[in-house]
Design a protein around this ligand. Structure first.
Ligand code: DQA
Length: 156
């Protein structure tokens, strides 16, 4: 099983960016820990980050042809604005889980609306860097069946 992790704009600044909201961990640190979870689950994880909406649209659009089974995505600010990302998720029809470090529903009103979430299996938000781990486990559970999430590895 091969999962694509996409991180959107400004997430390369994690660690220095508003640590009171997003925590002190860097993106490479988060991805490194997620790789351990991927190894535990017996899946392949490919991670990409861009500040450019078009890059993210391209990655989503080619995900099926690249052999990905699902997508974990933090669209960051584009969550709230991007019809293009929403359409890309709808077009590719791969299961996706939207993730946010912060609880966007508890923040400014403009963050309450997600254009991308309706195209996803579900959303995990508010658990800091832990949101990524839950999102990955949730997606793998969705693809394999929930019993697999608790730890038992299954050959693909
Ligand atoms: C974010 C929440 C977004 O509203 C914000 O624009 C981000 C990060 C999060 O992970 O909490 O850049 O996606």
């Amino acid at each position: 099983m091969k999962i694509l992790l996409i991180n959107g704009p400004n997430l390369q600044l994690l660690g220095v960016r508003e640590p009171g909201i997003y925590g002190a961990e860097t993106l490479p640190g988060i991805v490194g820990r997620l790789r351990n979870v991927a190894a535990e689950l017996g899946i392949e994880l490919v991670d990409r980050q861009s500040n450019h909406e078009g890059d993210m649209v391209d990655w989503i659009g080619s995900a099926r042809a690249e052999g990905f089974d699902g997508i974990v995505i933090n669209p960051a600010a584009y969550t709230h604005t991007s019809v293009a990302l929403r359409d890309a998720l709808a077009a590719v029809r791969l299961p996706a889980v939207e993730v946010h470090l912060s609880n966007v529903q508890a923040r400014e009103e403009f963050r309450h609306r997600s254009l991308t979430a309706p195209m996803c299996v579900g959303v995990i938000a508010g658990f800091g860097s832990g949101s990524y781990e839950w999102a990955l486990r949730a997606l793998v559970g969705h693809l394999r069946g929930p019993a697999a999430v608790s730890g038992a590895k299954k050959e693909d």
